[in-house]
Design a protein around this ligand. Structure first.
Ligand SMILES: [Zn+2]
Length: 150
């Protein structure tokens, strides 16, 4: 298996072995500009430790990462005056957790994308069963006690 310390671009940035435009830093996290921005100000917030998926971070890393994301989102809101700052987490293309922070305006590509996704949620026939109150109660019960349902 490849060692992320030598193959992961975000680990290289954290270690100072690869360039990045740093926006903010905290004890366990780093915020950098995305090199392929969707809009001006598009940032990535990453944990300093190599963790592929956000839900595998420790509680301390999670709190630190989201606190830094909140701080930068407030800066983005003050500088760009967007309708809101969109946040989403990935880790698939670069397998190191990264939160996307994107200043978002009504009708821009990201806003249209999420509107289309929400439209799909609300109208697709295949989702009709999942939207029924009994189905939603069953899923909530499954998530509250996952071992009991499996
Ligand atoms: Zn990494």
């Amino acid at each position: 298996m490849d060692d992320p310390a030598t193959t992961c671009v975000f680990c290289a940035i954290v270690a100072g072995r690869a360039p990045a435009c740093t926006v903010a830093e905290s004890a366990l996290s780093l915020c950098i500009l995305d090199t392929n921005p969707l809009t001006e100000g598009h940032c990535l917030v990453i944990p300093k430790r190599h963790v592929p998926w956000w839900h595998d971070m420790s509680a301390a890393e999670t709190a630190d990462l989201y606190c830094l994301a909140r701080q930068v989102a407030q800066q983005l809101a003050a500088v760009y005056r967007p309708d809101f700052v969109c946040l989403y987490a990935r880790g698939r293309r670069i397998p190191h957790t990264h939160l996307f922070l994107v200043p978002t305006f009504r009708g821009d590509p990201l806003d249209r994308y999420f509107n289309a996704l929400e439209g799909f949620q609300e109208t697709a026939q295949s989702r009709a069963e999942m939207a029924q109150p009994e189905a939603l109660r069953r899923v909530a019960a499954k998530l509250r006690s996952p071992r009991a349902e499996s």
